[in-house]
Design a protein around this ligand. Structure first.
Ligand SMILES: Nc1ncnc2c1ncn2[C@@H]1O[C@H](COP(=O)(O)OP(=O)(O)OP(=O)(O)O)[C@@H](O)[C@H]1O
Ligand SMILES: [Mg+2]
Length: 260
């Protein structure tokens, strides 16, 4: 498969997010230009591109932390603009680039922050955190530490727990393993892939790393000059690159394992 055409129909119930001809300018600078992509439920996508290519901007638009300059974003067939922004954000777990834990709160308080805001009873919060700690293999004593006293890998797991707290339908992960050593990174990738599959969520992982994309995702989307240059399996990126840029992007990285 060389590239998958974007879904033009909203009748497919399984399409969760649909971005059509989205553009984003910061002042006179165009970051996204006619970006079109659809994302289906229970599928894991890698969003790839060079530094500064607009990957984080796409996730921020999906969370409505930014507004598009043009085009349309739909969530479950509904325009993002017409949705209640808090309702949208509660349906999405978001791990910011760098983790984004609040340094003045313990890990437990970081994880619980939105549930407390929503006035969940303390017992429900405690039970959910216990459940997530088990899922993420986090020993309980770490939950009462502050972020500065956690390793990068532990802090990443806490960020993921925070994103999973409300059991969202969608997970947006912005370079979730960026700061980790290669072995911790590899171990976490290997652990998370089956977890994501088991949870059955739509997951979008931003990364520059083809190896990470091949471990974690079902499908990759490569962004260049504000638009999608290729979408499909990583094997297709390698065997039939859509443009010279795709070829260079693949060549610039070490050999990648055979795509799925
Ligand atoms: N609020 C902003 N105001 C002005 N320019 C911005 C703003 N946010 C992002 N940009 C610019 O938009 C471009 C895309 O940024 P973005 O953070 O989406 O890139 P990225 O693909 O996530 O990069 P990286 O891989 O380095 O994280 C960059 O040139 C960045 O400087
Ligand atoms: Mg980024």
């Amino acid at each position: 498969m060389n590239s998958t055409p974007p879904t033009d129909s909203l009748e497919q119930g399984s399409v969760k997010f649909e971005l059509s001809h989205v553009s984003k300018f910061f002042g006179a600078t165009c970051v996204l230009n006619d970006f079109t992509a659809s994302f289906q439920e229970s599928r894991i996508y890698a969003l790839l591109g060079l530094s500064g290519s607009g990957k984080s901007t796409i996730l921020r638009l999906m969370m409505r932390l930014l507004e598009p300059s043009g085009g349309q974003l739909l969530f479950r067939g509904q325009s993002l603009q017409s949705m209640d922004v808090l309702q949208l954000r509660r349906a999405i777990g978001y791990v910011l680039q760098g983790g984004g834990l609040f340094p003045h709160l313990s890990a437990r308080d970081n994880i619980a922050i939105v549930a407390r805001y929503l006035k969940w009873p303390p017992a429900k919060i405690r039970d959910r955190i216990d459940e997530l700690a088990e899922l993420m293999s986090i020993p309980h004593e770490l939950l009462d530490r502050f972020p500065h006293a956690l390793s990068g890998g532990q802090a990443q797991r806490m960020s993921l727990m925070r994103a999973l707290m409300l059991d969202p339908d969608v997970l947006l992960l912005d370079e979730p393993f960026g700061a980790l050593d290669p072995i911790t990174r590899h171990d976490l990738q290997q652990e998370l892939r089956p977890l994501f599959t088991r949870l059955g969520k739509l997951v979008i992982v931003v990364t520059h790393d083809l190896n990470e994309a091949s471990i974690l995702s079902d499908e990759a989307i490569l962004l260049h000059q504000g638009t999608v240059v290729q979408r499909g399996t990583l094997e297709a990126f390698r065997t039939s690159p859509a443009t010279e840029f795709v070829e260079r992007f693949v060549e610039a990285q070490q050999a990648i394992p055979g795509g799925r």
